[in-house]
Design a protein around this ligand. Structure first.
Ligand code: AMP
Ligand code: MG
Length: 345
């Protein structure tokens, strides 16, 4: 696949737009093409979830392994009926509380969902985004959109349209630019189906996100939060590179300094003589290439992937990131930081 075709960007103001502005995107999606669009989490790369050959184009454009299933996006509960076979009570309670919003649930799949979406699994991941452009786009299409993050596989997820353009130029016909994504990290994913194919009484967290474990447990009681492999690996052997679990990675090496350590001291110890970028949380370090979040986890998460890309564009060789407590959204932020990192100290 070369760069024969160009990629158009259409700017849309999420607070004030007409359906006419979405007509090109809707036309392309109805023809079985793929289109990048904004959501409240990160930019998505969408295709008709009922159209196998359209969905395959997503894997090709992203270079995504074909066994990594894609989240289906719906605009209302009516559409959900065509995506899943049944909605258990506890899943229904989460839908009521958190949709539209950054919570993805994994349920038994409807036969209408093509196997390219689910990587051959009998389950499907589904969510209803809260972004007005995303909702309007899905509604106007009249079918759910299968949409992973609109980045090249392995790169940090895109949180502005420029990131999508940088990764997928020439590989997709259209990007809808709706400005910066509000959340900045991917949705929380929770599964209601066990390995035996039966519904789980106690669902399992598959990926932390903006909707926190604490918020979920307030609605449906205790859930299963497995210690992720990357976490245990990193925690047990903090100095070994966790290559297998590297995702969301910038080109620069990322080192995470756990909270409670003297971050300032570590920055000068480890970063001395190197071209560094710093993500600081409690105190400003005072170096040139620094994003300081002043104790705000939400701002840190919102800027994380953008900061990674900016540091890469400036030729930074080492990114030093101050870790946060793994409570609330801190769990999602630390998950992304750890997966991007080669070392945790
Ligand atoms: P992304 O497309 O980048 O937002 O990533 C989607 C995430 O949801 C990936 O981690 C997938 O592995 C996961 N996922 C999607 N569908 C399923 C499914 N049916 N069962 C389990 N995980 C899923
Ligand atoms: Mg992704």
């Amino acid at each position: 696949m070369g760069l024969k075709k160009s990629t158009r960007i259409v700017e849309i103001n999420p607070e004030k737009f007409s359906m006419l502005e979405l007509s090109e995107a809707v036309g392309l999606l109805r023809e079985g093409k793929i289109v990048a669009f904004p959501t409240e989490t990160v930019y998505g790369l969408g295709a008709n979830a009922f159209d196998e050959s359209a969905v395959k184009k997503i894997y090709l454009a992203k270079g995504r392994p074909s066994d990594n299933p894609i989240i289906v996006h719906v605009c209302d509960e009516e559409q959900l009926k065509d995506v899943v076979r049944e909605v258990p009570q506890n899943a229904r309670a989460l839908i009521k509380k958190f949709w539209p919003g950054p919570l993805t649930i994994v349920l038994k799949k409807s036969p209408k969902i093509c196997s390219a979406v689910t990587g051959g699994l009998d389950t499907v991941a589904v969510r209803m985004p809260s972004h007005k452009v995303a909702l309007a786009l899905i509604k106007e299409c009249g079918f759910p959109l299968a949409a992973p993050s609109a980045n090249s596989s392995g790169k940090p997820s895109p949180t502005i349209a420029d990131h999508v353009f940088a990764d997928l130029f020439g590989r997709i016909p259209l990007i809808i630019d709706g400005g910066k994504c509000e959340v900045g990290v991917e949705s929380t994913v929770i599964s209601f189906v066990g390995a035996d194919g039966k519904n789980l009484i106690v669902p399992t967290l598959l990926r932390p996100g903006k909707v926190s474990v604490e918020e979920i447990e307030e609605v449906i009681g205790k859930i299963n939060v497995p210690a992720s492999d990357s976490k245990t690996k990193h925690a047990k052997k903090p100095l070994s590179p966790g290559m297998k679990y590297k995702h969301y990675s910038p080109k620069a090496e990322v080192v995470v300094v756990m909270p409670g350590k003297d971050f300032l001291k570590k920055v000068f110890e480890i970063g001395g003589g190197k071209d560094i970028g710093v993500l600081s949380f409690t105190k400003r370090v005072g170096v040139d290439r620094e994003f300081f979040f002043d104790g705000n986890v939400e701002s840190y998460a919102k800027m994380l992937f953008e900061a990674f890309r900016e540091f890469d564009n400036k030729g930074v060789e080492l990114i030093l990131a101050e870790g946060v407590s793994e409570k609330g959204m801190g769990l999602a932020l630390m998950d992304r930081l750890k997966r991007a990192s080669s070392k945790i100290i």
